[in-house]
Design a protein around this ligand. Structure first.
Ligand code: ARG
Length: 442
């Protein structure tokens, strides 16, 4: 079923019809499409392009379609080319010839542009809320687990940190992600309805009316750009990619930490699965899936960037490809944010194992060097001395703080009893990164 049969004498090939249809993908835009159409009708009415009676008939017809779709009575399917054809043809079926006036002073090009902006704006708002939920879960877990753990560089134990400090790093990442999405929403908040196919319409319409009714901050400034701009989808998908990269890094840490090699955390069974052959295993599938799905979100961004590259102005059918990519990316991101938040909320921290890893990792070696510096040794010499001390500890199977003062003094005459306090892990923490930990607690 088509909206454009007039100029055609031959029937469309069946395979072409199947190839061209977007309804199985854009059916989810029914609400935005109908809301946009109602605003359009109200504007036509106010501008005298429809009588009040026609306007009312159209609006109640559109509302009845929306209600029936939402109640499940009307299924968004069938041989329609796209969601726009589906709504318009069902409208004419319901209200008769007045339905044919709906598309006055409008093209599917500005119609699909307004549908996508409304959808993207609304869904991006959901992403912002889900991000906040994840930030809240991280903050809560951090506050309740202000316990010491090794911090790493090169995946080698490096300095003492706290679990709160570590989770706080992700709070920063997701807070930046939130700002990026909020900024993208501000940029996309312009109304393309009224651009027509590409260069407006000869009818005397008023774009401000639909802009106000649809809650956009302004109308677009350029018609050609208004119908062909999909930057906001790229920008959101790029923000989603960064967000997924952050979630993937966190997933990787959760996977490592829950391994038998680390045993720093235990994931809740609700977010783990078992092995069909090895009864002892508890696999961190949720985190692995998030790490895996990061690839498909990057893929959506690159696929659609590639689609747009080289397109002449204005609308080209290539742009229909925006939907599958954007819908898949946003669905994936929202699911991952929710799962990640629940995983964080329910994971169990194994404080004793984190502490043991600190002791076994000579995580106060830098502080021994700092201690020697405070006593007048040059840092490079102090570094050398501590290197020798570590070799000794490894041979003896002891931590630095477990050596006697006699053993320690063999490495430098400057070492006296006050060293133990200087290299105590909690004291190191208090001196080093306590300020940051307090910030997280707020
Ligand atoms: N399904 C189309 C899309 O998603 C709607 C716009 C069709 N416009 C056109 N001139 N054929 O892009």
């Amino acid at each position: 079923m088509k909206l454009w049969g007039g100029r055609f004498t031959e029937r469309e090939d069946e395979i072409m019809e199947k190839f061209n249809t977007s309804l199985p993908v854009d059916n989810r835009l029914y609400r935005e499409d109908i809301t946009g159409s109602i605003a359009h009708v109200k504007m036509l009415q106010e501008c005298g392009l429809l009588t009040d009676a026609e306007g009312e008939t159209l609006i109640s017809g559109l509302e009845s379609i929306l209600n029936d779709i939402e109640s499940g009575e009307l299924k968004v399917e069938g041989g329609y080319e796209d969601i726009h054809s589906f709504v318009e043809m069902n409208l004419t079926k319901r209200i008769g010839d007045t339905g044919k006036k709906l598309h006055t002073a409008r093209s599917r090009n500005d119609q699909v542009a307004v549908d996508m902006r409304l959808y993207a704006k609304n869904k991006a708002g959901e992403v912002v809320n889900s991000l906040q939920q994840l930030i809240d879960s991280l903050n809560k877990k951090a506050t309740n687990n202000n316990v010491i753990m090794p911090g790493y560089t090169h995946l080698q134990r490096a300095q003492v940190v706290t679990f709160s400090h570590h989770l706080g790093a992700y709070v920063q990442m997701f807070s930046r992600d939130k700002k990026r999405v909020q900024n993208a929403i501000t940029i996309l908040d312009e109304n393309p309805l009224g651009c027509g196919a590409l260069a407006g319409t000869t009818h005397n319409i008023d774009r401000q009316i639909t802009t106000d009714l649809l809650g956009f901050s302004k109308s677009v400034d350029n018609y050609l750009d208004g119908v062909s701009d999909r930057d906001y989808l790229l920008e959101l998908m790029s923000n989603f990619s960064i967000m997924m990269m952050h979630m993937s890094r966190l997933s990787e840490e959760l996977i490592l930490w829950s391994s038998q090699e680390f045993r720093f955390i235990e994931m809740d069974e609700a977010y783990s699965t078992g092995s069909s052959i090895m009864p002892q295993k508890k696999n961190p599938d949720a985190a692995e899936l998030i790490r895996g799905k990061t690839g498909r979100v990057y893929g959506s961004l690159f696929a659609f960037l590639t689609t747009l590259k080289g397109l002449p102005l204005t609308y080209n059918k290539d742009m229909q490809e925006d939907k599958e990519q954007f819908f898949d990316a946003i669905d994936t991101v929202i699911d991952c944010l929710e799962i990640m938040s629940k995983m964080i909320e329910t994971l169990h921290v194994k404080e004793e194992n984190m502490k043991a890893a600190i002791k076994a990792g000579f995580l106060n070696a830098t502080e021994v060097a700092d201690y020697l510096v405070s006593k007048g040794t040059a840092f490079r010499d102090a570094h050398e001395i501590v290197g020798k001390l570590i070799i000794y500890c490894e041979e003896e199977g002891k931590a630095i703080e477990d050596l006697t003062i006699e053993e320690l003094a063999k490495f430098s005459g400057d070492i006296t009893d006050d060293i133990y306090e200087y290299i105590d892990y909690e004291n190191i923490l208090n001196k080093g990164n306590k300020k940051l930990i307090k910030q997280i607690k707020k």
